[in-house]
Design a protein around this ligand. Structure first.
Ligand SMILES: [Ca+2]
Length: 319
């Protein structure tokens, strides 16, 4: 399609027509998802004319899915902001554990996060969860920055939603168009005030433990340095290792981003994970997942709990 002399698209794509096209597309796509009855979803022509995606208006408003675009989330007022799961508790009603939509306090990004509303008073924003090895945590640095997995299963951080979801009651057509937000989101969420970090583990024999530290935050990129102060609570930790000071102050490392203190090797490669390695670890909770609890140096290990025994479940959260 050619632009006219004013660098505008012809009247065929005026705002009213675009709205009509979006509506028809929404109905069509939702019908397709519901019944499979809608065959040709390319009502906008984006699929057959990919050059249309070069226009921001068409790409983000008319057919974001086909152009693989996620529109910017609009700014919200501070009063509307629910910055983390602890803010939900302050709204004075009973909340159950599950996935909630929050708006971050600084960039006003809308994201889905899993809130643990049952443990120790609730209000915990869960940023890492592993239960069965269904998600591979041996990911590169970009993946840890941007997040991976699903807040409904195993994951590292939350996912960003689209503002379009607020305008269309049935959001199915946009559910697969989202951006994941990892360490960058964790930096924002933990830089608002003083936070408490809680780590929950379950061994393959059923034994549970937890470890709680105050002064938790994650620094800005590209180091995403871990900060934890003192242990304030714990359960079933027979060994003397501490997350702090060994991992406090360490940048985040992955197999393609070696920031650890081991000069002759990469801790992320040696121990098959992504973590705030020192040289190398007292905890390796993003290590390889094993279906039994044998000692594995490369496993999902938390040495204060059971030295080199790979645990069955791990969860990290803050409030
Ligand atoms: Ca190194």
């Amino acid at each position: 399609m050619e632009r006219d002399a004013n660098n505008q698209f012809p009247m065929a794509l005026s705002s009213s027509v675009i709205v009509t096209i979006v509506f028809i597309g929404a109905v069509c796509l939702n019908l397709a998802l519901a019944s499979g009855s809608c065959v040709d979803l390319d009502v906008t022509g984006c699929r057959t004319n990919p050059q249309l995606c070069q226009d921001p208006l068409i790409a983000e408003v008319t057919c974001p899915v086909m152009c693989n675009r996620c529109p910017n989330v609009p700014q919200t007022t501070q009063a509307d902001t629910t910055a983390d799961c602890s803010d939900l508790l302050k709204r004075g009603r009973s909340w159950s554990s599950g996935v909630y939509t929050i708006v971050t306090w600084k960039t006003h990004t809308t994201v889905d996060v899993f809130c643990d509303m049952d443990t120790d008073g609730g209000g915990w924003t869960v940023f890492k969860h592993r239960v069965n090895g269904s998600v591979d945590f041996y990911q590169n640095f970009s993946s840890y920055e941007n997040g991976f997995g699903s807040p409904h299963g195993e994951f590292w951080l939350g996912r960003r939603l689209l503002n379009i979801r607020k305008d269309i009651s049935n959001s199915n057509m946009f559910q697969y168009c989202f951006k994941l937000i990892g360490l960058r989101l964790l930096n924002e969420l933990t830089s608002r005030r003083n936070h408490t970090l809680r780590i929950d583990l379950k061994a393959h024999n059923g034994t549970r433990m937890y470890d709680v530290y105050d002064g938790f935050s994650v620094g800005a990129g590209s180091n995403y340095t871990l900060h934890v102060d003192h242990r304030v609570d714990s359960l079933h930790l027979p060994y003397g290792h501490l997350l702090s000071p060994y991992h406090d102050g360490q940048p985040f490392s992955t197999y393609d981003h070696d920031m650890d203190q081991h000069s002759s090797s990469s801790c992320a490669i040696t121990y098959h994970g992504g973590w705030w390695y020192n040289g190398c670890y007292a905890a390796n909770l993003n290590g390889r997942y094993f279906v039994n609890g044998f000692p594995y140096y490369t496993g999902m290990v938390y040495m204060p709990f059971a030295t080199f025994e790979s645990v069955k479940k791990s969860k990290m959260m803050f409030k």
